[in-house]
Write a protein that binds this ligand. Structure first.
Ligand SMILES: Cc1ncc(COP(=O)(O)O)c(C=O)c1O
Length: 395
């Protein structure tokens, strides 16, 4: 049974005051960096989703942030879940989520994970190649096959199409035919336009392709009733989300007017990115001077880096912005600065060519929107602890 029950601190008002949290936490006594997680931000995102995409049920992509506290909250809010592995399935099922609220959305699974899904009646799973169809035939023949096809946005932070998704025009039909010949059930289709999608039309293009596959499924005698529109929704730009939602709603109305078709999505960063602010402490500093001895750059060494939560810079192509907590009433001169992580690796660079006031050991830097694709990947490389998390919720 996952824990998911740490101490949650309650705050008054609409927004968590990060400065106040910092003032009240003894960060000087803490070696590791601190994640400040605002659970109310996750709740707000859930409300926003329901308001703007009422027909589409969100199945949170656990891979994005598998913090049991967040998963538990989303389970209580009634969300579904996209799991990629046996451990993610275990985590979600441990919060009494019924198997119908889960999709095993990894088209290439080890057999033991598939067997775990079968033993726990998690029937919905994606598939994008013939080997997996045969694997399912052998190990989970009465599961629901959701054919994942490729339909990528022209612009996305993390495209996924090189790894997953069959060709929508030829291969998907061949897979469905193969499934039919093996007496397997194809119940729907799925796609992922790419994480951090920046092309509004991408969803419409993919939904149209899904509609063609539903028609083909009908010709094969399948009564398909499950459409999965994947992830790709922004984490910290609600206006962009509203534009995407409008485009998705229009497309769904046009291509899937039949309300009997259940439509789900697999949002990851949408729910969690904005909920986390990471606060790092400066533990060392160096000044770099040019040949004439003039100060060129101030370098700071922080207690988290690219082997910790800032791995998001490398793997998720995130752009992080540092903010300081020095006295804002003073107009402080800004110096060219570079910030490093704590390890002995020169690759461990967080950000350079930024302008910050002159800071010292013990001063803090905050980074907003650090909830997506950060903590699950963080490692204690060089013996430095990954950040600790404190949880807050509005009363
Ligand atoms: C299959 C699948 N679904 C959903 C997601 C979540 O995507 P996002 O965080 O863009 O919503 C991912 C991310 O990699 C994924 O691979």
């Amino acid at each position: 049974m996952p824990s998911g029950n740490p101490e949650i601190q309650y705050y008054d008002g609409d927004e968590l005051n990060i400065r106040r949290v910092i003032e009240q936490s003894d960060l000087q006594a803490l070696d590791q960096a601190l994640n400040i997680c605002d659970l109310s931000s996750v709740e707000r995102k859930h409300r926003l989703w329901q308001k703007l995409l009422p027909r589409i049920k969100p199945y949170y992509a656990v891979k994005c942030n598998d913090d049991p506290v967040v998963v538990k909250l989303l389970a209580e809010l009634g969300a579904g879940f996209d799991c990629a592995s046996k451990n993610e399935l275990k985590l979600v099922l441990g919060f009494d989520v019924s198997p119908e609220r889960i999709i095993f959305a990894n088209p290439c699974r080890p057999v033991s994970h598939l067997e775990y899904a079968r033993d726990n009646q998690v029937a919905n799973g994606t598939v994008d190649n013939e080997f997996e169809v045969y694997k399912l035939h052998k190990h989970y023949a009465n599961s629901n096959l959701i054919v994942r096809f490729k339909s990528e946005a022209k612009e996305a932070q993390c495209p996924l199409g090189d790894k997953f998704g069959c060709d929508a025009d030829v291969d998907a039909a061949a897979l469905m035919l193969l499934a039919k010949s093996l007496d397997l059930k194809v119940t729907g289709t799925s796609f992922h336009v790419g994480s951090g999608c920046s092309e509004l039309e991408a969803y419409d293009r993919a939904i149209k392709k899904a509609n063609n596959l539903f028609k083909y499924g009908g010709l094969l005698g399948y009564d398909m009733d499950f459409l999965d529109i994947g992830g790709g929704f922004p984490g910290s730009d609600d206006e962009k989300f509203a534009r995407i939602a409008e485009s998705v709603n229009t497309s769904v109305k046009r291509h899937f007017p039949d309300e009997r078709v259940q439509i789900i999505a697999e949002p990851g960063r949408f729910f969690v990115a904005a909920a986390y602010t990471l606060v790092c402490k400066i533990h060392a500093k160096r000044e770099v001077r040019n040949e004439s001895g003039k100060l060129d750059t101030v370098m700071y060494y922080l207690n988290d880096g690219v082997y910790g939560s800032f791995n998001c810079i490398l793997y998720d192509h995130q752009v992080v912005t540092a903010e300081h907590y020095l006295d804002e009433t003073n107009v402080l001169p800004q110096l060219k600065s570079l910030i490093w992580g704590p390890s002995c690796d020169a690759f461990d660079k967080i950000s350079e060519n930024l302008f910050l006031p002159n800071m010292n050991r013990g001063d803090l830097l905050g980074f907003r929107n650090m909830g997506a694709y950060t903590m699950p990947i963080a490692s204690p490389f060089n013996g430095f602890d990954v950040p600790k998390t404190l949880y807050f919720r509005a009363i």
